[in-house]
Design a protein around this ligand. Structure first.
Ligand code: NAD
Length: 355
């Protein structure tokens, strides 16, 4: 391994001559390097360059001489970035995640750059984390943990409520939403209702009942959990108007994408008490902070800083996916996507304008 500052160049042991198509630049963190290295087959001639900076218009130049760029959720792959990547001969974007809202697909198509993703790696990882986050905010595990460590065993302020019998609204019943609903209906005796423009035939068997309109879910739910993708139509799906339709004291959980929630509307609802507790694994402007140690930096985003001050908001830094099983699946599918693209120019996990 040759390291130069933030840039690490990792070469595989394979003795076959390298071609330009063997090169992949990956913008990754240590846990990704470990799992990806473990997934490269011995006979593979893929060659990687590992970087620890996010992709944006200032770092895109680092992809020079590489055929593929491998991204995660907070890398930015907009028109300006794609222009630079295209100019330097990048042919493939491989995402180590399911969501592809950070890639400008029409521009990628215009340049003939193929985009592939990992459509499913472990819905269990995210669904189980969602349940943990919900239990944390309603039973206040995070507050109890700190209190007990300080030798304070008072129970004042730790009052929770039972999940059993509560109505939980699931927005988006794809792989993760369905599993979350299934756990809540079968494991916790919740009444689980759901809204999705494309209802799943599996829902009924899992104990999940669809409502006809989103408003019906907003009005009836004690707890609302977001599991839809971020698209033009779902951006700020939780806003002043939708919150006003929810029950007073509703609990919100978002392990999907930050921009599903208008943060300023959420802050207003927390201040008024309309929303009684929130669990967030994602934040709409998380790119500036997540996946890095910002503990010695001033937070300039006042809405982010304000959220962190609420006693009834529990936040994590986009870690719902982070299990060893998920990382292995992500790495295996990513390597397979690259090998398919290299061999045939396409792969089953391509996303395009119609996705
Ligand atoms: P999926 O594609 O299987 O399911 C998404 C569902 O949302 C689909 O059924 C779709 O019909 C539905 N949907 C689309 N528009 C909707 C709308 N307007 N209202 C209601 N439903 C709508 O996706 P998934 O694998 O279940 O993942 C869900 C989301 O979770 C992803 O888009 C991603 O943003 C997020 N995610 C987060 C993490 C994390 O670590 N926090 C990890 C993986 C995925």
């Amino acid at each position: 391994m040759i390291c130069g500052g933030a840039l690490c160049i990792e070469r595989c042991a394979c003795s076959q001559p390298k071609t330009a198509t063997d090169n992949v630049v990956l913008l990754v963190l240590q846990y990704d390097i470990d799992s990806l290295k473990g997934s490269v087959p011995k006979d593979s001639d893929l060659e990687f360059t590992f970087l620890d900076s996010l992709l944006d218009a200032t770092t895109a130049i680092l992809a020079v001489d590489h055929e593929a760029v491998c991204l995660f959720v907070n890398d930015r792959c907009d028109e300006s970035v794609l222009n630079i990547l295209h100019k330097h001969g990048v042919k493939y974007i491989v995402l180590r995640c399911a969501g592809f809202n950070n890639v400008d697909l029409p521009t990628a198509a215009k340049f003939g750059i193929k985009v592939a993703r990992v459509p499913a790696y472990s819905p269990e990882a995210v669904a189980e984390f969602t349940i943990g986050m919900l239990l944390t905010v309603i039973r206040k595990y995070h507050k109890a943990y700190n209190r007990v460590r300080e030798g304070n065993f008072l129970l004042d302020g730790l009052l929770g409520f039972n999940l059993s019998g509560k109505t939980v609204g699931i927005i988006g019943t794809g792989k993760i939403g369905l599993l979350t609903g299934k756990i809540l209906a079968n494991g916790f005796n919740c009444k689980v209702i759901a809204y999705d423009p494309y209802p799943s035939p599996l829902a009924q068997g899992y104990g999940i009942t669809y409502v006809d309109a989103l408003d019906d879910l907003l009005k009836a739910s004690d707890i609302i959990s977001l599991h839809c993708p971020l698209t033009d139509s779902t951006e700020y799906i939780i806003n002043d108007n939708s919150i006003s339709k929810m029950k007073k004291g509703v609990v919100l959980i978002n392990t999907s994408r930050g921009a599903l929630i208008d943060t300023y509307a959420l802050i207003r609802a927390l201040k008024s008490g309309h929303v009684s507790a929130v669990g967030l694994d994602v934040f709409e402007r998380e790119q500036a902070y997540f996946f890095a140690d910002s503990s010695s930096k001033v937070i300039h985003d006042d809405s982010f800083a304000r959220l962190l001050t609420f006693y009834n908001v529990f936040m994590t830094g986009h870690q719902a996916f982070l299990t060893s099983e998920a990382l292995k699946n992500i790495a295996d599918t990513t390597i397979q996507n690259l090998r398919n693209l290299e061999a045939t120019g396409t792969c089953p996990n391509i996303v395009d304008k119609s996705s």
